[in-house]
Structure formats: C-alpha cells, structure tokens
Design a protein around this ligand. Structure first.
Ligand code: CA
Length: 252
C-alpha cells in the first residue's frame, strides 16, 4: 500500500459529514459516482455535493458507460464490485472512448493490487471504508491535475513555446509572437517535431496552401523574419537551426 493513505474504519454519520464539510465552492465539475451500495453512494454523494460538485449516480456499470457516453463527466468514481460488469471492465470500456480521470473505490487489498498492477488507465483509488474528507481531497487533486488536458484552452506548451493551433497563435516564454500567416505556419510546422530537419520543400508543403509561388527563397525569407521576431521575444540563442543543404529544424 502506498504511504499517506488515510483509512478511517467507520462510515461517518450525516452530522459528522456536515461538521467536516467546508463551505460549498463554486466547483462546477461533474462527477459520476458508480456504486451499487446505497449507504456508500449516499455518503459519497453527500460529501461531493457539499463541496459544490455536480454529482450523478449509477448503480450499474453498463448504465454508467451509457451515461458517460451521453454526457461525459469530468471524473468517474468507480466501485469495483458492481452487480453487472466489475469496475475493471467498466474502466477498460471507458478507456476505449474517454480519457476521463477514473478513481476506483476499492474494498479489498487484492483489488488494490489489481488497480495498481494492471495498466487499466485508472488514475487513483480510495480504499473502503474511507473518510469523505479524504475522498473529496483525492477528487479535488485529481481534477486539478487533469485540468490542462480536460479543459481545453487551445494552448499546448512545448518547451519555451506554446501553440494554439486553432487560434493560429504562438507564444514564446509567455509572449505572444506577432506572426504573419506564413511565419505562423512555418513555426507551427517546425513545432510539430522539434529536432527534426524539414527540407524547404517540406516546409513549403506544410506552410503554404498552393505551391504556385513557391521557391526556396520564400521559406528563407520567412524564416529570417521569424528569427527576428523570436529574437525580439528574447529567444537567444536562435532556436531555429539551419542545416545546410537540408533545411531547418527547431532546437528540441
Ligand atoms: Ca459494490
């Protein structure tokens, strides 16, 4: 068992829960609780709702899969011992169409071993009986960690760069680069595989819609303006390397 796991050997009463819960936060994350034992489900639902989460409950694995397909949750709390599919099967099915964080609710040590041993794509587990406070803390931590991938801001960090391919924008060390359309396309192409050498023809191909006015010189000209803008943004040494006779590469 990993260190730091707090297991409280009793289920708290609603009064204890009320005393423990912090004031509701405007957390809007949706959590799907899959648990067939109603006493445990009630405790979990109460603890999460007290924290301001929007919570849904399913008692069956198949029902949970359908529910998540229809309205994806931000996190799934998944009991292992379910009457129809077991939690492992549910997790495997979920993973075939969703990257949602999954936190297992486990009752037995051998289940914990399986959660840790199998590469099911589970993100965490909480051992039963658990303290609602710990459960909420795990859920909160998991949601926080998952946020960059789940809440899509459009920006992807790549070393010193960040690229928003939908918005056709690139930042360098948090500074938005004032790029023209072709400068953007060139740098975006280089960012696709840092370290890889792209020939001028490949760059033309990726950055220009038509090759009607294509010439190696066109790429060179735009690389030159791109470099000066990167320099203005503090990029020193130049992150774009020229490979003579071959093309350009972005320093990985
Ligand atoms: Ca169960």
């Amino acid at each position: 068992m990993p260190v730091g796991l707090v297991v409280v050997r009793c289920l708290p009463t609603p009064a204890m829960l009320r005393a423990m819960s912090t004031p509701a936060t405007p957390a809007s994350a949706r959590i799907l609780v899959v648990e067939d034992e109603s006493a445990i489900a009630d405790t979990v639902l109460y603890a999460l709702r007290s924290e301001g989460y929007a919570v849904e409950h399913c008692a069956l694995g198949r029902e949970a899969l359908t529910r998540h397909r229809q309205a994806p949750a931000d996190l799934v709390l998944l009991d292992i011992g379910l009457p129809d599919l077991d939690g492992f099967e549910v997790c495997r099915s979920l993973r075939s169409f969703s990257a949602v964080p999954v936190v297992f609710l486990t009752a037995r040590n051998d289940e914990i071993d399986r959660v840790l041993g199998l590469e099911l794509g589970a993100d965490d587990y909480v051992a039963k009986p658990f303290s609602p406070r710990e459960l909420v803390a795990r859920v909160r931590a998991r949601l926080r960690r998952h946020r960059p991938a789940e809440v899509d801001t459009g920006w992807r960090e790549q070393g010193e760069f960040a690229i928003d391919r939908e918005g056709c924008r690139i930042r360098y060390r948090d500074r938005l680069l004032p790029l023209t359309r072709y400068e953007y396309s060139l740098l975006a192409a280089l960012l696709q595989r840092p370290g890889a050498i792209f020939s001028r023809a490949q760059l033309m191909d990726r950055a220009w819609d038509s090759d009607a006015d294509s010439a190696d010189r066109t790429v060179d000209t735009h690389i030159k303006t791109l470099r000066s803008k990167l320099r203005a943004a503090g990029a020193e040494p130049d992150p774009i390397r020229t490979h003579r006779g071959l093309g350009y590469a972005l320093e990985p």
